[in-house]
Design a protein around this ligand. Structure first.
Ligand code: AMP
Ligand code: TRP
Length: 351
């Protein structure tokens, strides 16, 4: 059977989205709507791999959905839904638990980071998380997955799972009418743009993340103008003289990060952002003041309207729930026949 190009991606409803989510992934999601059939998921089953307060989880699912729409995802065109409303994710996730090998999962760096020192206390779900992510993508036989740099290893695992499934069940796949023996495609990561890895504003060697204890490390899509200005003003730079070339930035992670953020927000290249930095540089302690002012303007121009739209949408939770229900019905219509095929291929009996 011919595999048609299809985009799938998702974000976890754990707190508000931040600039890293927006610039690393969502900007590309919006762009891909123009050229592809797109499915964008709020991955609530992934969120509960670590403890979530139920009331906060409900709010976060709606808020991430509102952020998707506010940022420019069109629920009429693309499919927007939350993962737990489509049973295929959990079903295929289980089958992939039986395909993936312990040795593969033991290599996952995100598990090691998230589980920390007390690994015995991590949930089994956190460990199996990458298998569920592979199921998210492959339940739709998706071919393109726009994500930030940190998801690369998980995508490689999804490719390995697709390949092992195709190999293990080759005979049956052919017998079920897939003549070339390929049931699952190898999904390609789409990791592109000037800010595929947005770093913390307090430490240029750590990625911007929802879980950083310092709120000054990240810009949230819910931050107001004053907060954005304050966070950028306090963003760490260094005490070195002005860099001369863009290459000098390889040893200046904080400034490099701000250049990438400015480029992504303004739609300019890193070279153009660097030229602006040189043109606006001040003396001594105000070396980066002009650059930071422009960066603040770019951030407020881009994020201000998104924030007010999120607030507007959140005033009507029933409307958001209706978008999710509609998206889930459309998602089920694609995933259900894939699951039927999978069950037949594996040898399970269905009615
Ligand atoms: P998460 O918040 O972990 O659900 O991530 C959702 C998406 O945002 C994924 O595609 C991540 O790769 C991306 N992402 C998260 N943090 C960053 C970051 N600091 N820089 C770039 N992309 C990021
Ligand atoms: N693991 C991703 C993250 O933490 C979120 C995610 C879950 C995802 N399922 C996915 C991303 C499927 C892309 C495709 O960022």
């Amino acid at each position: 059977m011919k595999i048609t190009p299809r985009v799938f991606s998702g974000m976890q409803p754990t707190g508000s989205l931040h600039l890293g989510n927006y610039l690393g992934a969502m900007i590309n999601w919006i762009e891909m709507q123009k050229t592809h059939e797109c499915i964008y998921c709020v991955v609530d089953l992934h969120a509960i791999t670590v403890w979530q307060d139920p009331a906060e989880l409900r709010t976060a699912i709606r808020q991430v959905t509102a952020a998707y729409i506010a940022a420019g995802l069109d629920p009429k065109k693309s499919i927007l839904f939350n993962q737990s409303q489509v049973p295929a994710h959990a079903e295929l996730g289980w089958i992939f638990n039986c395909v993936a090998r312990l040795g593969w999962l033991n290599r996952m760096t995100q598990f090691k980071e998230k589980a920390g020192k007390d690994r015995e206390q991590a949930s089994v779900g956190l460990y199996a998380y990458p298998n569920l992510m592979a199921a998210d993508i492959l339940a739709y036989r998706a071919t393109h997955v726009p994500v930030g740099e940190d998801q690369k290893q998980h995508l490689e695992l999804a490719r390995d799972i697709a390949q092992k499934f195709n190999n293990d069940f080759k005979k049956e796949i052919v017998a079920q009418g897939f003549e070339d023996g390929i049931f699952f495609p190898q999904p390609d990561p789409v990791i592109t743009g000037p800010a595929t890895r947005v770093m913390s504003l307090r430490d240029g060697t750590k990625k911007m993340s929802k879980s950083d204890p310092s709120d000054f490390s990240r810009i949230s899509l819910m931050d107001d103008t004053d907060t954005i200005a304050d966070k950028i003003k306090r963003a760490k730079t260094d005490a070195e003289p002005l860099p001369v070339t863009l290459e000098d930035l390889s040893k200046r992670p904080e400034i490099d990060n701000l250049i990438g953020i400015y480029a992504a927000l303004s739609g300019e290249t890193r070279e153009q952002a660097f030229t602006m930095l040189l043109a606006t540089s001040g003396e001594g302690p105000s070396l980066f003041t002009g650059f930071k002012r422009n960066l603040t303007d770019a951030a407020v121009t881009k994020l201000g309207p998104i924030r007010s739209e999120i607030v507007r949408l959140m005033a009507d939770p029933a409307e958001i729930d209706a978008v999710l229900a509609n998206g889930a019905a459309r998602a089920r219509a694609i995933a259900q026949p894939v699951m039927d095929n999978v069950k037949d291929i594996v040898g399970l009996i269905r009615s």
